[in-house]
Write a protein that binds this ligand. Structure first.
Ligand code: CA
Ligand code: CA
Length: 373
């Protein structure tokens, strides 16, 4: 006992005074932290008990089971804390005479902090899904989670096209030396909006759903399958709203029709080239021999290309049908199978080439088609 006491005294004498003070300060800080934690826990418990009392009070007298009681706000907030992106106040006004839509970006509140200092540098990007290239931006507001923008933007949009459009507002965090982060976005389908009145409201921001797909165009074709003769007939009818590929603001479209069997290129045909147009009319029929036992394993790939005289032809967009397809494409394919011998025509939206190639599991390297052969 005596020996240990002596060693402690000797050690204390050996340690310099500043070190002793530092140790004392550190111990003090740790104790302070523990005390703060205990106080916080006690407060939370009290708050919770109070709320429980309120909840039970509100259902007083009824025989409702506890499981039917709304979950507490505290719990909801804890669960969604990471999802909270903040709110955005905007206004919307449509002028029927000038066919203009005025979008006001008013202010944002409680934005998610994206920077290490617990703040963000927000700005807002506004666009309509019909023309994702035309984007407006507000000014950047530095180091705030509650910016007041008060800016408005005008979109020229014919009344007939309003309903099929969606207004997108994305709140970004500006960063000087790195990629800007998206804080959240709001999407407002304009078909649901009453344009007769000026609108002004708050909207909860959600995590960014997807980067807008560029509008590539639409194509209409008919399909007909006759099991007894094994004939699959594809009639490429027309296309519209095609993406502009040439400097003159037009394209020289032609369509490639390809059959893929068990993920391998099997047969292909193509239409003629229609010069300088974004809405070509083809009406060209292609007949393929596809035995009934193979029709389940076949993918029909339709792609639209822009012909260029001096350089290589570019793909505008594509899509595929077959039993592996989804949505509209699968519906068209099954309609064809369900109605043997009858041609079934349908419009389809073109999709990005890379997406389709990825889904099909094909190599992106395609042999270049020779337009005039
Ligand atoms: Ca920032
Ligand atoms: Ca061209």
């Amino acid at each position: 006992m005596k020996v240990t006491q002596i060693t402690v005294i000797v050690l204390l004498c050996l340690i310099p005074r500043w070190a002793l003070i530092a140790i004392a300060v550190a111990v003090g800080l740790v104790l302070l932290l523990i005390i703060i934690c205990i106080i916080k826990c006690c407060c939370c418990k009290k708050k919770r008990k109070k709320k429980e009392k309120l909840n039970l009070g509100s259902i007083n007298g009824s025989s409702t089971t506890v499981s039917l009681v709304q979950p507490e706000m505290d719990d909801i907030e804890c669960g969604l804390e990471e999802e909270k992106r903040g709110r955005l106040q905007y206004s919307l006004e449509y002028d029927f005479r000038s066919q203009e839509m005025k979008v006001g970006v008013k202010q944002a509140a409680d934005l998610k902090a994206m920077d290490s200092g617990g703040t963000s540098d927000p700005y807002v990007i506004v666009y309509l899904t019909s023309d994702v290239r035309k984007k407006y931006e507000t000014k950047v507001y530095r180091k705030t989670l509650n910016p007041v923008f008060n800016e408005s933007f005008i979109f020229q949009i014919p009344q007939a096209e309003v309903a099929e459009n969606t207004l997108v507002m994305q709140v970004y965090d500006f960063n000087r030396f790195s990629k800007h982060d998206i804080i959240g976005e709001m999407r407002l389908p304009l078909g649901d909006v009453d344009l007769q009145h000026v609108m002004e409201q708050w909207h909860e921001l959600t995590p960014a759903s997807k980067i807008e797909q560029e509008h590539l165009g639409e194509i209409c074709f008919s399909l007909r399958y006759v099991p007894s003769t094994s004939k699959l007939t594809v009639v490429i009818l027309e296309a519209k709203k095609l993406k502009r590929m040439d400097p003159n603001g037009l394209s020289d479209p032609y369509v490639k029709v390809q059959l893929i069997l068990n993920k391998k290129k099997w047969k292909k045909k193509r239409t003629s080239v229609k010069k300088n147009t974004l809405s070509p009319y083809f009406n060209e029929a292609f007949v393929f021999d596809v035995p009934f036992n193979l029709i389940q394993n076949v993918d029909l790939v339709i792609s639209i290309w822009d012909h260029d005289k001096m350089s290589k032809n570019d793909q505008i967009g594509k899509l595929f049908l077959g039993c592996r397809a989804t949505g509209n494409q699968l519906r068209h394919w099954s309609d064809m199978l369900a109605n043997p011998r009858r041609p079934v025509a349908q419009w389809h939206s073109l999709q990005p080439v890379e997406d389709i190639d990825k889904t099909l599991g094909l190599k992106t390297r395609f042999k270049l088609p020779l337009p005039n052969s």
